[in-house]
Design a protein around this ligand. Structure first.
Ligand SMILES: [Zn+2]
Length: 417
């Protein structure tokens, strides 16, 4: 066993949590390419250098600390993001970076010399807080590898990404080699992250092995009927859109609970009722539908069900119904062979584990586009994330780092064999 030291990782998590634009008690705000982000990145660079890694930074402000292999045929990659949402917890993303760093330290302390390179990654703008585009740092890595330009996006204030990055370079104190972090070669990516949900903790399980990062489908349902006086129009003569909206949401929600409880979710996060007066029958209703699914068929079925329920409800009440599509992203499967290796490591170390899906998007999705990618989940207290109360215990941190460490040693045998 690697015997990871939680005290070192906790210290790094604590130090990074101090670097925030909001007061510590409200949560951590380290938005990509801001002064706080630069200070956080500088701290990670120093920790990488102290761990004996050769550090590089790319055009998007992503970092890679490389432990050079003795006879490399490729690279093993591990890491996550160091940007946050507004008033985030201390572990989201950061845990994946400190576990990857800890694995680098363990390899050296235990005298393990890898044949392949091992690269610790700390990436920008996964949360999309600055630009509204999630996974921007890892998207830039993927695009650079394919010889493509930076994503053509702007900050929420309209500043082009290129200008944001130019300004960002001025913030940093610790300058390292600039250039691409990766090159065309065999690679395997493993990301450690907290679950951001309650299942592992509820079931008392040490490690989650991710099978799929769930697909997502977002659309709006728009219902149009007839507004009117709430005291004069009899119930049987109404074309009340709110009633149809509630019925669709309730029925669809029960359908997903009954048929796909552990495989998919449906959320109606936003609802507008018009004219929005207590003294009017609602003549219009519009609500958002967010479906996440680990199986493409399930995603299609649920979306069809919602459409069917909407048509049915509209017909019953004489309403018009329309749909506005927003986003549709496929399921991203994680590498089966890497999952099997992680499972073998858990068994040998005597850790309990379960296979599961990730309902949240992660940088691993971008890596899955060009190499085998996998994710290792840790339980987090109460399943709470994107919240100052997010917490991963020292024991869970150490277990995740130990599993990652042994997985890296196993993966070293896979590359170039
Ligand atoms: Zn994250």
């Amino acid at each position: 066993m690697g015997t990871a030291r939680a005290d070192r990782m906790m210290e790094e998590i604590r130090m990074l949590a101090e670097i925030s634009a909001t007061p510590r008690e409200e949560g951590i705000t380290r938005i990509s390419w801001t002064e706080e982000y630069a200070r956080g990145s500088d701290y990670v660079k120093r920790r990488m250098q102290e761990a004996g890694l050769d550090v590089r930074e790319d055009r998007a402000g992503n970092l890679a600390g490389c432990l050079h292999g003795s006879d490399p045929a490729g690279s093993i990659l591990s890491g996550s993001h160091i940007d946050t949402v507004i008033c985030s917890g201390a572990y989201d993303g950061i845990q994946g970076v400190v576990c990857a760093l800890e694995a680098a330290r363990l390899l050296q302390e235990n005298g393990i010399s890898l044949k392949n390179h091992y690269k610790v990654l700390a990436m920008a703008e996964e949360e999309g807080t600055r630009t509204g585009c999630v996974l921007t740092g890892s998207t830039s890595i993927r695009r650079e590898l394919a010889g493509e330009e930076l994503p053509d996006i702007t900050g929420k204030d309209g500043t082009p990404l290129r200008d944001i990055l130019r300004q960002y370079r001025g913030f940093q104190e610790v300058h390292v080699k600039e250039g691409s972090l990766l090159k065309q070669e065999p690679m395997i990516f493993v990301e450690v992250h907290d679950e951001q949900g309650p299942m592992l903790e509820q079931e008392g399980i040490d490690i989650g092995i991710v099978e799929h990062i769930r697909g997502i489908r977002n659309f709006d349902v728009i219902l149009t009927g007839q507004s009117g006086h709430p005291g004069t129009v009899p119930m049987s003569a109404r074309r009340d859109c709110s009633l149809a909206a509630y019925e669709i949401c309730l029925k669809a929600s029960r359908y997903v609970l009954e048929h796909y409880d552990r495989e998919a979710t449906i959320t109606f996060g936003k609802m507008l009722i018009r004219p929005g007066s207590s003294n009017s029958i609602p003549g219009e209703a519009e609500f958002s539908v967010d479906i996440r699914f680990g199986d493409k068929e399930a995603g299609l079925q649920i979306a069809e069900k919602v459409r069917g329920l909407a048509q049915e409800a509209a017909q019953a009440l004489g309403l018009q119904v329309a749909f506005r599509e927003h986003m549709s992203k496929d399921v991203v499967p994680m590498s089966k062979s890497v999952q099997a290796i992680v499972e073998g490591v858990c068994r040998r170390q005597g850790f309990t584990f379960r296979r599961m899906d990730s309902g949240a998007g992660h940088d691993a999705m971008n890596f899955a586009a060009f190499c085998p990618a996998a994710m290792i989940f840790s339980p987090c207290a109460g399943g709470i994330s994107h919240n100052v109360r997010e917490y991963v215990s020292e024991e869970s941190l150490a277990k995740a780092a130990d599993v990652l460490y042994e997985t890296i040693i196993e993966l070293d045998k896979e590359i170039g064999k």
